[in-house]
Design a protein around this ligand. Sequence first.
Ligand code: GLC
Length: 452
Amino acid sequence: MIKKMTGDELKSMLKSNIHFKSLGGLKADDLKLTEAQLVPWRAMKLGLFIHWGLYSILGRGEWVRHNEKIPQEEYARLAERFNPRDFSVQTWVDAARSAGMRYMVLTARHHDGFALWDSPGSYGGFTSQNSAAGRDFVREYTTACRSAGLAVGLYYSPMDWRFPGYFKPKELLDNALLMKKQCHDQVEELVSRYGKIDIIWYDGAWLAHSGSDPDGAWLWDPIALNRTVRRHNPLTAINPRSGLEGDFFCDEGSHPVKGEIVPVPWEKNMCLGSGVSWGYIPDDRVMTLPEVITMLVNVIVRDGNLLLNVGPDADGAIPAEMVERLGELGRFTSRYGESIFATRAGPLQPVDDVFGTTYRDRTVYLHILDTDRLAKLPLVFPSDVLSAEVLTGGRVTLARGEEGICFQVAAEPDAIDTIVRLQLAEPVPPLVFDRFDFQKPAPKAASVKEAL
Ligand code: GLC
């Protein structure tokens, strides 16, 4: 049984390097998925996030309209140029599959208000169906994901810069309520017209760019909004950024992930690029393969999922270097997928930059980032270690002492993540967290750190 996190405990996480967004969202127990219902979401581990829309034409990021104060009439004219003729959503699906990813999340509608589907609820009919393309990209996307066996996620921004009521919700309440109506109508379209939606990924339920998402709940009524989601799609995993607590927490951005196993369902979302922007910018720096693998390991040994973002250009093309990196990542995930997918973090607490563990039943995987430092750590497992084998090449020797087992691994010199598979005598018992506070590491982890 994993303990539920509440107010102050949740807030304490803000002091750690994991910055969960939208803490303190409204609670509605009947809307929350149970741990059992979340198992498929947890098992997926790795997904592709796509930021794509009119802003991709300008190539200066998805905030370009707001940052450069582009008047709406001028911005809206981009729709006349939005026509990726030779583009097929299949290329995105192929890129995700090549990385071994299990799910995707597409910006169905970002803050600029432009909907990538045929949306009757769109204020002013600002949609890809009404653009030069004349296409419903959400339909193309949901169909392509499903036929490739990828779970379908849709990003949706409740807020919309086109509404003056967004900037002055109290003074211009009627206008703000029009924006709210658009949000409720459009979310209903997304969850009722495109079959099973596995993930609803909100972003931007705050108001006037101030406060947090829960602060905007008085306007958006996220409980009613998500009741609609549940009515059509009972098992959708909902993120917390509509002002409702939702089913999983979000750590956004390129900062590293450190600390203990996080005792709530959570997802790291970040850019495969430099992180300067989520939408397309030309010649962006791309993460190296070691950076990507290290991040993935740091996330899964803390029980999270990793959602990696790319910004395709106006023609829908994902920058070539990103496609290449995703393919390289796929070579890693296809060889060592058993230590990643459908695992849980544990049974040991990770030690930053040294190692962490994942497990399934009685098989435990040591993910080792620093074999030299690991060799000095006596590790204690919940039951006997019957066998140990290095999956990534090399040899392992076990030195059993009173304090635990030390693992000496002669690894491949350029290994980024050296993976050792252990068979335990008993299945790993479910993790129990009786306390969670990033400021005070659990005793076991503390003693391990002291030993370094
Ligand atoms: C940030 C960006 C937003 C982007 C989101 C993805 O909030 O401002 O544009 O869509 O991250 O999580």
